[in-house]
Design a protein around this ligand. Structure first.
Ligand SMILES: Cc1cc2nc3c(=O)[nH]c(=O)nc-3n(C[C@H](O)[C@H](O)[C@H](O)COP(=O)(O)OP(=O)(O)OC[C@H]3O[C@@H](n4cnc5c(N)ncnc54)[C@H](O)[C@@H]3O)c2cc1C
Length: 489
């Protein structure tokens, strides 16, 4: 971090990272008239929802605004999007069929987007109701290139957003507790009045010296009932997602000589969830490919290479199962170029969302600054993991986006101010987009009112979000139901 001299900002807002959070922030701010610079390290928009292979929005509340618009645009592109529901699942064997060893969700032409907008209450359902063929579980599966293109078009239509791909920052300049500029890897300096960190790993906050949380907090830290007695370095596991495509003959794809056919990293091959794309391909999500700590110990390049070997071994195992010869009619057509990382670090913000908020639920939360709802299970993958379904949605306060210590910076990504347990629920793509949406609106209101980010009035923020179809109340407000009904008709 460098202390710097003053110069005029070039942009109203600089958003770093063009994953779900960054897209939400850039779009919201640019639509409200701010000049926005969006910086993305990779060559494409979308982050984990594109390069990480998570071409999937799991069911959940809160996806009523930008995600719904994206879905509507994707629908106009042939085979770009499907709504899937459970078809076969290991916990509900169907009479006369071999028990499916994983989970399978396939396109359901009768489903609507609204069917994908609730996850909670699964707790009360029987296994058949949860995962059987009449399952209430509906997800959205999309083509990554179409998604990036649509999002790029939406940003371009604002006329206010400059996008720099293949661009990362190398250092930050801070003056009197505010970020002034970023020095890009090519040496250029970028100046802005406000910044949003959407790098997933809170890299901007880290560079600016904000305080971070890592691993699992001890129970005494926040008094969370499900936290371990002792703090640990455990983080949620990572997955390398792959895609398989049908072919006209049956065959077992050859295994490279350095990849054993037996599972070498745990007792047996992991289960997986395959989700169907509209064109009939399947997205293969191993649950998981590598423990989170192993990923952190190995470092990214070695972890990616090892996960790739595990993908090939997993695929060989599926293709050689005598009870499911159907896999021999598919071949791997794509392995995600980026690892699906669920957790690294989280920032300490003005408020830390914890298991207490999640268990309380929106009906008992009294925070005046809820900016989105979420209802995904508390869901830890890997050793010692588990999945606790929720009874009702909970709200995420705006203060979770305000990192302590830097005045003109918001964090809108999975590295926001969440405890490890809260992050395991909150991290879904549509929720991250909603955090970004709130960050973009807050930036615009700060500029309009001449206020600091901390002083943006919560009610004005919430009212603007409501006007832009964000879901802040449960059950859904009449206004929002009318919007959704009208658009679905
Ligand atoms: C295996 C797996 C399965 C999942 N399944 C689902 C699911 O089914 N449904 C669901 O909704 N969610 C799912 N999730 C969660 C969800 O996909 C992620 O938590 C979410 O996409 C994170 O969004 P983000 O904006 O925080 O980060 P990301 O989408 O990771 O975006 C961060 C962006 O920042 C960029 N970046 C990083 N550093 C820099 C830098 N220095 N300069 C510029 N750019 C930078 C990165 O290249 C990236 O594009 C899953 C996650 C994983 C890992």
């Amino acid at each position: 971090m460098i202390q710097s001299k003053t110069k005029q900002p070039e942009y109203d807002l600089c958003v770093v990272g063009a994953g779900s959070g960054g897209i939400g922030a850039a779009l919201a701010a640019a639509r409200m008239g701010l000049s926005v610079l969006l910086i993305e390290k990779s060559d494409t928009l979308g982050g984990n929802a594109v390069r990480g292979g998570v071409h999937n929005w799991e069911p959940g509340v809160g996806g009523t605004s930008f995600p719904f618009e994206i879905y509507q645009r994707l629908q106009k592109i042939p085979n770009a999007v499907a709504i899937v529901r459970m078809a076969r699942h290991c916990v509900v064997p169907q009479p006369g069929e071999p028990a499916y060893p994983g989970g399978e969700a396939l396109p359901d032409p009768a489903a609507t987007y609204a069917d994908s907008m609730q996850r909670h209450s699964l707790k009360e359902l029987s296994p058949e109701e949860k995962f059987g063929r009449s399952s209430a579980f509906r997800s959205i599966v999309f083509e990554p290139e179409a998604y990036s293109r649509v999002v790029g078009e939406m940003l371009a239509e604002t006329g206010k957003c400059t996008i720099l791909t293949n661009t990362a920052f190398r250092e930050v300049r801070v003056r009197d507790g505010s970020l002034e500029s970023l020095i890009l890897e090519n040496g250029e300096e970028v100046r802005a009045s406000l910044f949003v960190d959407s790098t997933a790993d809170a890299k901007l906050c880290q560079a600016a010296g904000c305080k971070l949380m890592r691993g699992q907090e001890a129970r005494e830290t926040f008094g969370e009932p499900d936290a371990p007695e002792q703090a640990s370095s455990k983080v949620n596991a990572v997955t390398l997602i792959y895609r398989i495509t049908q072919r006209d003959h049956a065959a077992v794809d050859p295994l490279p000589p350095d990849v054993p056919s037996e599972c070498w990293w745990q007792a047996r091959f992991p289960a997986w969830l395959n989700s169907g794309y509209a064109n009939g391909d399947l997205n293969m999500n191993m649950l998981p490919t590598m423990q989170g700590e192993e990923f952190l110990d190995l470092g990214y390049p070695a972890a990616y290479a090892e996960c790739r070997r595990r993908v090939l071994a997993h695929w060989h195992y599926l293709q050689t199962r005598p009870d499911f010869p159907e896999f021999q009619r598919y071949t791997i057509s794509w392995i995600a170029p980026a690892l699906g990382v669920r957790e690294t670090v989280r920032v300490v913000g003005e408020y830390i969302l914890t298991e207490h908020d999640i268990l309380k639920g929106i009906s008992r939360q009294t925070d005046p600054d809820i900016i989105t709802l979420a209802d995904h299970a508390m869901d830890r993958h890997g050793e010692g993991g588990g999945c606790v379904e929720l009874r009702e949605p909970y709200g995420v306060p705006y203060r979770c986006l305000l990192p302590k210590g830097i005045n003109n910076l918001l964090v809108a990504c999975r590295g926001a101010s969440f405890s490890s347990i809260a992050a395991s629920s909150c991290r879904l793509s549509r929720t991250m987009m909603a955090l970004g949406h709130a960050a973009g609106v807050a930036s615009a209101l700060a500029k309009e009112k001449g206020a600091t980010l901390r002083d943006v009035p919560a009610e004005a923020l919430r009212e603007t979000l409501r006007m832009q179809h964000a879901e802040l109340e449960w059950p859904c407000s009449t206004h929002l139901i009318e919007y959704l009904k009208k658009t679905f008709a």
